[in-house]
Design a binder for this molecule. Structure first.
Ligand code: SAM
Length: 263
C-alpha cells in the first residue's frame, strides 16, 4: 500500500493504492454520469475553437487524444477535420468514446492504452498529443510523471506539440478552490467540492442532484512544476494559458493549459 504524508491534521485520511488505480476510480456509475458532469454543449461554448486553433497553428494533422474519457475532444477535433486517434486507459471510458463517436457520426481509431506503456499501443508518431480535462494529475508517482512525459515526447513528430492541462492546484493547495462552472465541468446539476487537499493528494467530491456521490483522488500538480517537468522531458518551449487566455492571473483561473513544443 502507498501512503502519502499529509501536512494537515493526522486524522485526515491518506491516499491509498486505490488512488493510483485510475481505472478503478472510474467506476461505471461515474462514467455513466460523466457527460452530465461536463455538458458537451456548454463546454464547447466556453472553449470555442481554442484547441483546434492551437493545433492548426502548429500545422497538426494527426492528433492523439490520450485521455479521451467519454470522447468529447476526440469527437470535436474529428468534426474539425483532424485525423484523430482516441486513447484512454479505462475500458469503461474507451467504450463510452466509441458510443459517443458513433452517435455523432464520427469514425476514428479508439484504443485502450495506459500512458506508461503508450509506445506499445500506438502506430507511428503524431503531430500533436492532447491530454485534457485535468487527467495528468492521475499520476501520483514522480517517476511516472517523468516517464509518461517522455512517452508523450517520443510519440510526437519533430515540430509536434503536447497540449496538457490541469485544475489550478496552485490555488487549490492554498485552500482557495473556486470553480466558476464555466470551464470543462460545465454541467449545471452536479456540485464539485474539494474534500481534502495537501501537497500530495487532492480529493474531489462530485454530488449529483439525485443524491449520487463520487470521489476522485489526484496528485495536485503545480503549474511551474509541470512546466519544468515538460522541459525536463525534452520539450523546447512551454507556453501556458489560464482558462484559455494567454494573459491571466494564476489566482483567478480554474484551469491551466500548457502547450509544449518538440523541435
Ligand atoms: N479528457 C476527458 C474529459 O476532459 O472529459 C476525461 C478526463 S478524466 C478527468 C481523466 C481520464 O484520464 C480518464 O478517462 C482516465 O481513464 C484517464 N487516465 C488517467 N490515468 C491514465 C493513464 N495512466 N493512462 C491512460 N489513461 C489515463
Amino acid at each position: 500500500m502507498t501512503t502519502y504524508a499529509s501536512h494537515a491534521a493526522s486524522n485526515v485520511p491518506l491516499a491509498t493504492a486505490a488512488a493510483e488505480d485510475f481505472e478503478g476510480q472510474y467506476v461505471p456509475t461515474l462514467v455513466d454520469r460523466w457527460d452530465q458532469l461536463i455538458d458537451w454543449d456548454r463546454r464547447r461554448a466556453s472553449e470555442q475553437d481554442f484547441f483546434a486553433e492551437l493545433l492548426n497553428g502548429a500545422e497538426a494533422r494527426r492528433v492523439l487524444d490520450v485521455a479521451a474519457g467519454t470522447g468529447y475532444h476526440s469527437v470535436t477535433l474529428a468534426q474539425h477535420g483532424f485525423d484523430v486517434t482516441a486513447a484512454d486507459g479505462s475500458a469503461e471510458m474507451v467504450e463510452r468514446t466509441r458510443r459517443n463517436a458513433a452517435a455523432h457520426g464520427q469514425s476514428f481509431r479508439v484504443l485502450q492504452a495506459d500512458w506508461r506503456s503508450l509506445h506499445q499501443h500506438i502506430d507511428g508518431r503524431y503531430d500533436a498529443i492532447v491530454c485534457l480535462g485535468s487527467s495528468f494529475p492521475h499520476l501520483f508517482r514522480e517517476t511516472d510523471r517523468h516517464a509518461v512525459l517522455a512517452e508523450f515526447h517520443q510519440a510526437l513528430n519533430p515540430g509536434g506539440i503536447l497540449i496538457i492541462d490541469h485544475r489550478n492546484f496552485d490555488s487549490i493547495r492554498q485552500h482557495r478552490y473556486q470553480s466558476s462552472g464555466n470551464y470543462y465541468y460545465c454541467g449545471t446539476g452536479a456540485t464539485v467540492t474539494v474534500a481534502h487537499v495537501d501537497s500530495q493528494l487532492c480529493r474531489f467530491q462530485y454530488d449529483f442532484p439525485d443524491g449520487g456521490r463520487h470521489q476522485l483522488e489526484v496528485y495536485p500538480v503545480l503549474s511551474a512544476e509541470l512546466s519544468s517537468l515538460l522541459i525536463g522531458a525534452g520539450f523546447d518551449t512551454v507556453q501556458t494559458f489560464g482558462d484559455f487566455r494567454e494573459n491571466f492571473d494564476i489566482d483567478e483561473v480554474d484551469f491551466v493549459i500548457h502547450v509544449a513544443r518538440k523541435s
